[in-house]
Design a protein around this ligand. Structure first.
Ligand code: SF4
Length: 480
């Protein structure tokens, strides 16, 4: 039996890819383990979006070198965004890494690669065991899945197009979708992360994604639906549609847009909720909001609408291709069509050239919109991006102060907004039991609700009456 371990950094798209890879390896007869020391194959799914995530990956890689010293047959593979753009450097600096496979590539190529490594590890382990027992184990005693692999690799079966350097057909790209999901029917909260597209064409000046994940490619609508149906039948209570730019989705076969996709996903039978991340304001259309409004039972009233900056000067430098005025008009659309929807956003503080005035323009938008949640970061220069060449004369200290002030104000806003839910009854989906003994559930608007119950209710929809609120959590009790 070959044990594998996957460490995943970064966004939900990476989580979805790791889930697909885990399924593939499990189907080969391998076993997923939670501790690196028990693994024969370690995969690190990397994130390049901020320098910190990369630093964490590189220090972790150092730790693996120590484990590998004592375990000669251990294979280490690096996948994901850092693998895309620092491939040569990783190979040069870390000789305990056995393969590097970038996020731009097709998951089907990765399957072929992993199949080879699984075979190699199996043979190495067998060799060591043979030496110990001083006897030969016959080829036929290997697990059937491995025999099958060997047959496949030597039978002259065509490799995926991408390996031969030919354009990858939409179907071939999209098939990787079906690798994801889960199969067991254990009673637990199950989220289905479904990548509906990959890559990005937008080239925001600070972002490395177009370099690491390549150009935008939408997956086939019928395969997305097949995957959603399968996961819902297997117990998924929440489906999260993922992509770098979900609302520019376009079915390669029919040209169907994101609104049509959402509508069709909402028509899938079963009791489940649907969320999506991340849309881009430049692609926002009212038809998506109307579909959400007509399908509230399934499509959660929650929109992540990334602002990045409240200054038109900075937005232009970021190449975001919308203005603050256009962004605010879209917020009005949301409020009008989906009055109960919660809205979250991303904000980058300290982008090169951001003055005090620019910063306060962002703060003004915050006050105007009153976001339910903000994911805020200090700008982190990334190699290859245009913004990395911009002059940046704002000190790290000022940037930290700006971020801290913005986050403190957001805590106050969250507290006030959450307080409005007191005495309401909110339908919520139970996720897990926390260390403090309370159950954690999430509302359609993505609020965290904590409540008491002796019963394990993970994966159940419940009605909770809200008693009190905080900035991060709200507290309620079960209504039968
Ligand atoms: S839209 Fe901009 S920030 Fe988002 S992935 Fe594409 S380039 Fe990066």
């Amino acid at each position: 039996m070959i044990n594998f371990f996957i460490k995943t950094y970064g966004c939900q798209a990476n989580v979805a890819d790791s889930q697909a890879i885990s399924n593939f390896l499990t189907n080969l007869g391998c076993k997923k383990v939670e501790i690196e020391q028990q693994a024969d194959l370690i995969l690190i799914n990397t994130c390049a979006i901020r320098a910190k995530a990369e630093q964490r990956f590189f220090s972790y890689l150092g730790v693996l070198a120590i484990i590998k010293k004592d375990k000669k047959h251990l294979k280490v593979g690096i996948i994901g965004c850092v693998a895309s753009y620092r491939q040569k450097e990783i190979r040069r600096r870390f000789d305990h890494v056995n393969f590097v496979f970038g996020a731009k590539e097709n998951l089907f190529e990765l399957q072929t690669l992993l199949s080879d490594f699984v075979l190699k590890i199996q043979m190495l382990k067998q060799f060591v065991s043979d030496q110990i027992q001083n006897s030969l184990v016959s080829f036929d005693k290997r697990p059937p899945s491995l025999k099958l692999l060997r047959t496949r690799r030597t039978s002259g079966e065509k490799l995926p197009n991408a390996v031969r350097g030919e354009p990858v057909e939409p179907y071939e790209q999209s098939k990787s979708l079906l690798l994801g999901g889960f199969k067991n029917n254990k009673k637990e909260f199950k989220q289905s992360y479904v990548n509906i597209m990959t890559g990005c064409n937008n080239y925001c000046s600070y972002c490395i994604v177009p370099f690491t994940r390549g150009r935008e490619k939408s997956y086939l609508l019928n395969l997305i639906l097949e995957r959603v149906k399968r996961d819902v039948q297997n117990g998924a209570k929440e489906v999260v549609l993922l992509g770098q730019n979900v609302n520019s989705y376009k079915d390669p076969q029919t040209g169907a847009n994101f609104a049509t996709l959402l509508k069709k996903v909402a028509q899938v039978d079963g009791e489940f909720w649907v969320r999506f991340v991340s849309p881009h304001p430049k692609d926002m259309t009212k038809d998506v909001l109307y579909v959400m409004s007509e399908n509230k039972e399934k499509l959660c009233g929650f929109i992540h609408h990334p602002l990045q900056s409240g200054s038109n000067k900075i937005l232009q430098a970021m190449n975001r291709t919308y203005t603050v005025e256009q962004y605010l008009e879209q917020i009005d659309w949301i409020r009008e069509i989906l009055p109960d929807a919660t809205i979250s956003t991303d904000i980058i503080v300290g982008f090169p050239g951001e003055t005090e005035k620019d910063y306060f323009e962002t703060r003004k938008v915050m006050e105007k919109v009153k976001f339910d949640n903000i994911f805020s970061f200090i700008y982190s220069p990334r190699k290859y991006t245009k913004a990395a060449t911009f002059k940046d004369d704002c000190s790290a200290k000022i940037k930290s102060e700006r971020l801290e002030a913005l986050q403190s104000r957001q805590v106050e806003i969250c507290y006030d907004l959450n307080n409005c839910h007191v005495d309401k009854i909110l339908k919520s989906l139970v996720e897990k039991r926390l260390a403090n003994g309370k159950l954690l559930a999430r509302t359609a608007g993505n609020h965290r609700v904590l409540f008491d119950s002796d019963e394990e209710k993970n994966g159940n929809f419940v009605n909770l009456k809200i008693e009190k609120s905080g900035a991060v959590n709200i507290f309620g009790y079960l209504i039968e």
